[in-house]
Design a binder for this molecule. Structure first.
Ligand code: ATP
Ligand code: MN
Ligand code: MN
Length: 284
């Protein structure tokens, strides 16, 4: 591993001592758990040249300056073909850290078949004031309803406010089908409990409700990857959990750079063990 980190002492998070060197060391230490869900997928970055409390920007396009181990994948967009980026190794991740990437947001599809998703995400976004136990309930309800239609799912703390329920699927459905399935699923949940959930973007109508954000499942949409740092105060981490761990957690940003690193060292088995061996078909 040869990536040179410039400005290693740059503070990357308001209110925390963590530096750019710490960010690089963090990603090295969690790579074993993080890389399987990150590599060889079109990838968007949140880059923060002045640290997470400065101005950050979202980047999805490739540029040669990003590094030798950061690769381009040509994807068809409305205006023609565009070069998106991906990595296939820790070296690629570290080159992106050198370019001040803090967050990593892959597609739910792999570069060898970007038109056919293999991961769906139900992104649960609570309105301000929603108590944590209700958010857990929402995630478990999504899990149970998925199970009823024969689909296993996995849970992640977003590192922000909510939870993500991730469903591995066989690469047999296009984005339109996937998105349609997720929208119908979310709308059915709202129909069952309209005082608890909402499935439309409208911020105004969201008060007191949990938004089941199914829009993460459109072509080109991304979700933060497990083990990614978040560009927010305190260096929180998007953390994958086993379902039986969820009840012991009391917030979506329960893990930060240090506690996530410790967890990575102690883990014997991936909390999402088996996800890459599940070829689940959507009941369409
Ligand atoms: P939280 O729990 O706080 O909602 P989150 O990661 O789920 O955290 P959302 O705001 O719900 O955050 O966003 C969901 C996803 O949308 C993000 O993980 C990211 O991949 C994508 N996203 C966010 N901002 C942008 C952006 N500016 N451009 C493109 N995609 C974005
Ligand atoms: Mn969210
Ligand atoms: Mn969202």
């Amino acid at each position: 591993m040869s990536t040179h980190i410039t400005h290693p002492d740059r503070r990357m998070f308001a209110g925390s001592p963590y530096t750019k060197a710490d960010v690089a060391a963090y990603y090295r230490d969690v790579a074993r758990w993080m890389l399987p869900e990150l590599v060889r997928r079109p990838l968007s970055l949140v880059r923060c040249p002045d640290g997470a409390d400065g101005e950050c920007f979202f980047q999805k396009h490739h540029a040669a300056a990003l590094g030798r181990h950061v690769h381009a994948i040509a994807l068809q967009q409305k205006s023609g073909t565009e070069d998106y980026l991906y990595v296939d190794s820790l070296d690629g991740v570290l080159e992106l850290v050198q370019m001040n990437a803090v967050e990593f947001h892959p597609w739910g599809a792999r570069i060898d078949d970007p038109e056919t998703p293999d991961r769906l995400v139900f992104d649960l976004d609570p309105a301000p004031g929603i108590a944590w136990p209700q958010i857990i309930d929402a995630a478990r309800t999504v899990r149970d309803r998925l199970r009823q239609i024969g689909l296993q799912s996995f849970v992640r703390l977003s590192g922000g406010k909510g939870l993500h329920v991730v469903v591995p699927i066989a690469r047999e459905h296009g984005w339109e089908e996937a998105r349609h399935f997720c929208e119908s699923f979310a709308r059915a949940m709202v129909a069952q409990a309209p005082g608890t959930y909402i499935a439309t973007m409208s911020k105004a109508r969201r008060e007191g409700l949990i938004f089941i954000d199914w829009l993460r499942n459109a072509r080109g949409a991304t979700s933060v990857t497990s083990w990614s740092l978040r560009a927010r105060a305190g260096a929180p981490v998007a953390m994958p959990l086993r379902w039986d761990e969820l009840g012991r957690i009391d917030r979506a940003d329960a893990f930060d750079l240090s506690s996530a690193r410790q967890r990575a060292k102690r883990l014997r088995k991936d909390p999402w063990d088996g996800i890459d061996r599940m070829a689940q078909r959507l009941p369409l």
